[in-house]
Design a binder for this molecule. Sequence first.
Ligand SMILES: [Zn+2]
Length: 495
Amino acid sequence: LALADVIVAGDVITMDSARPRAEAFALRGNTILAIGSLDEVVAACPPGTPVDRPAGAVILPGLIDAHCHLQVAGLKLLRRERELSRVLEVDEALAVLDEDPFGEAWPDGELTMDDRVDAIAAAQRLVHALGITGVIDPAASSAEVSAYQEARFRGVLTVRVVAMPYPDLDGGVDGAIATLRAPGIRTGFGDEVLRIGGVKVYFDGLGMAGTALRREPWPETGEYGTQRVSIEAFERLARACAEAGWSLGVHVVGGGGIDAVLEAFEAIAADVSLKELRFTLIHAYLEPSAENMALAAKLGVVLATQPSIQWVNGPGLVQRLGSDAAASNPLRDWLDAGVTVAAGSDAPAFPIDPRLGFVQATTRAVRDGDAPLGPEQAVTPQEALAMYTTGASWASGAMAYANRGALAVGMGADWTACSVDPLTATPEALRAATFSRTVVGGGTVHASDGGPPPYGAFAARAAAGLDPAEQAVAELATDVTTTVTDQTDSTEVIA
Ligand SMILES: [Zn+2]
């Protein structure tokens, strides 16, 4: 029998194609030991194993935001929380982030490490309340990486973070390559909670600034856009990354930029496979071609998309590009071409709320728009959920969270309980959905339903007077080494 801490029971969407729905799963520590019907799971566990029935319509794998500037968002929240001397409610926090999306995060003078750690805590409180258990920080400065590490050491960090360093290319690409190689690490370095992700490079500009690199000139300016690194330097850096086992995420928005980046990737892929490294196009929403998509699929290049950008920028793109704007962020075409798509927010510049991103991707609704923009590019709810779970997990890196994004035996116990079924709910219901519970590595990091019954290691801590959040922190601090060998016997039980 599987010695489980707890059986979690409910209507479970697993995102595991072998068993899309389940009634229960059993977990110990970080890991799922058994999943199936309630009867099967109960039979697989010793008599008396506690059963936890979280409030909510369905249980989902924890959502992963594949593009979240978590600390920048956190600083904005922290400023307001310090002004008010209290923690923000979810709707208040979302409103704070919406107030001035491109405003300076911290105009209040120098940041201390305590400020940064507090900002991480503020941001993760919000994302956990939105069902998120992991993020990719797509451009973590040295100071931000240090703060993540400090938060991890202090036991504060409960959201799984994949932090992407971005080298300074102004001093030349060789200096950047030397800097990356110096510590002798590569993508995947870290632990279950905090890892170093791929290298981040900015190739072109922005869609709404008219600086994304297009194939045709921008109608207003007659310019093609901005290229921020020469193709020669870019290819050298990308090749150095591939050869050293670094993943690479490239900020590239316009079709001309996407052409150039993929051409460089194709040249490198002749020598080094990029698929396992999860080389990624970040944004790539403006006029990607069918050839781009086919090539990305062939090379195993991931698309990191942000439906939130389309939500905000859609009307502005119509003004600039007319009817061509309807084809922007063509998620339907990317999926049909066979590309793995990871969804994220690009918060705090764009809305952090995954409910909004999910609805945008499935309806093509845009802010202030009377009608959907390019409705033929909508994806199904199942596909949208995959972008926020399995797709984002894949993009997180081969070494990082390969065991996240789905609920199955041997996978990590990261889950959330949602008040609606996202596969069947109306967009309106989904926008109003709440998450009663969010669990990372078996530890509750958000509970609006009174929290879990005490079980396993938690019971002892509850007896010691720790609250659920503190328990989760303690669990994450100590239980980061659960190995897959723990599940061998339970696999057999259920099989
Ligand atoms: Zn970004």
